[in-house]
Design a protein around this ligand. Structure first.
Ligand SMILES: [Zn+2]
Length: 441
């Protein structure tokens, strides 16, 4: 009986192998010889739909917040997921459209996302007949990318561009979970002034708000710690992905505060695994990409205040991620200050940044006055130049893209050419000042 069963299994396996061989042979026999570079964008997008993954409700879109809540093991209470399997379009002709988009599940463990990314990359390579893809990752997708590189290596990467990576966490999130408070109106004004730097009127009015005597104190709103606790307790706590936002120095403190009791042993182990095996090794994983012969670009934005929901707002960032983290190691002056004089060749013209301490100082670009979120319009030409350039471009390869740039009128310019900030318009300002004096009593 046993031998009959095993010979049947053997025959079945042989049949499956025979059936599978022509498929594999066909895929392997058709490498594409075109000179198109296949591109893969790895992005976080909270607006992409989530769906029921199995059962009678398969394919039905999940809409309500409670459908996304996770259990104590950091897993979906309901079978809801991103639909990777029908997100990928095998019929896409890469010679007409070489860009493939992977959007990860913003709730789950990054090791799960990295596995999905691996499957996606393999599917793209199989469908296009290209062995390597140019990868760009943005924001928290960088932590998915780092986990992918750690687990699956650098073999599929033709190039890697890391944009505003929160792969080492962010001070904003660490502070929000330990010392959340609504900022003053002046803090918000400074935040908006930096964010809307391109608009002269907005900048002028917000500059005024920040300098008006008494406005800060008079308009300060009460702390809202209860809101933070509700968020942490109901949403953040059970979502493994959210935990990747906490940098070293905050992670253990927040974990020990929120995950108390044996019911969290499993989740803690999963979170520790990401923190200890990936997040703490980002510099090494980045350096290894270069050692593996992959061309690399790190892009870090700054000159925008942190979202004023924490007491600490004096660090240079892109509204969400510290530039010291997104650049993987830059030395940065606090907001409103410059670094002590020095002759580092990696010092920014505004004196705020010294990139000499970065893991890849020659492959790290900085963009001032650019908020956290990826904008195709601003970066497209730079990204495509990097992807299509020969060899390993550095910050000295192209005078159009020096190490330090700023965004003005929706385009990149050399920071060395930055004009003075525009003067305040002289009709609008007195009217705003009068209004604020009334408001401030
Ligand atoms: Zn091709």
């Amino acid at each position: 009986m046993k031998s009959m069963k095993s010979s049947f299994s053997l025959a079945l396996a042989a049949l499956m192998l025979l059936l599978a061989l022509p498929l594999a042979a066909r895929a392997a026999a058709q490498p594409c010889a075109c000179d198109t570079i296949v591109q893969l964008m790895v992005m976080g997008n909270y607006a992409t739909p989530m769906y029921y993954a199995d059962g009678d409700e398969q394919g039905r879109q999940a809409m309500l917040p409670m459908q996304f809540l996770m259990n104590e093991r950091g897993e979906s209470r309901l079978p809801i997921t991103r639909k990777w399997e029908w997100e990928f379009d095998a019929a896409q002709d890469h010679r007409e459209n070489p860009e493939y988009y992977f959007v990860f599940d913003y709730r789950v463990d990054q090791f799960e996302n990295a596995q999905r990314l691996h499957e996606f990359v393999e599917a793209v390579c199989l469908a296009t007949g290209h062995e390597k893809v140019a990868m760009t990752s943005t924001s928290q997708a960088n932590s998915v990318m780092m986990t992918y590189l750690k687990e699956h290596g650098y073999g599929r990467a033709r190039s890697l561009m890391f944009y505003n990576g929160s792969f080492q966490g962010t001070t904003f999130m660490g502070e929000a979970l330990t010392d959340f408070q609504i900022g003053s109106l002046a803090d918000f004004a400074e935040f908006l002034a930096c964010t809307k730097r391109d608009s002269e009127m907005m900048a002028a009015s917000m500059n005024l708000l920040t300098t008006l005597p008494g406005a800060n104190r008079a308009l300060r709103l009460p702390p809202a710690n209860r809101l933070a606790e509700a968020l942490a307790g109901r949403v953040i706590k059970h979502m493994p992905y959210m935990w990747t936002f906490f940098p070293a120095g905050y992670y253990e403190q927040v974990r020990d505060k929120l995950l108390v009791g044996p019911q969290y042993d499993y989740l803690r182990a999963r979170l520790d695994k990401y923190h200890n095996e990936v997040q703490l090794h980002v510099p090494e994983l980045l350096a290894n990409a270069q050692k593996a012969g992959v061309k690399v670009a790190v892009v870090a934005c700054y000159g925008v205040s942190a979202i004023p929901l924490t007491a600490k707002t004096d660090y240079q960032n892109d509204s969400l991620v510290d530039v010291a983290y997104s650049s993987v190691g830059a030395t940065v002056a606090p907001i409103g200050q410059v670094l002590p004089p020095g002759d580092s060749p990696y010092r920014s013209p505004d004196g705020i940044i010294d990139a000499a301490s970065c893991v890849l100082p020659d492959k790290t670009w900085f963009v001032k006055y650019k908020g956290h979120w990826w904008s195709d319009d601003v970066f497209r030409e730079f990204q495509q130049w990097f992807i299509h350039s020969d060899g390993h471009p550095t910050v000295n390869s192209n005078p159009v893209y020096p190490q330090f740039m700023y965004v003005g009128d929706g385009e990149l310019h050399a920071l060395a050419d930055e004009p003075e900030r525009p003067p305040l318009p002289d009709t609008f300002v007195p009217a705003m000042a009068a209004l604020l004096r009334v408001l401030a009593g």
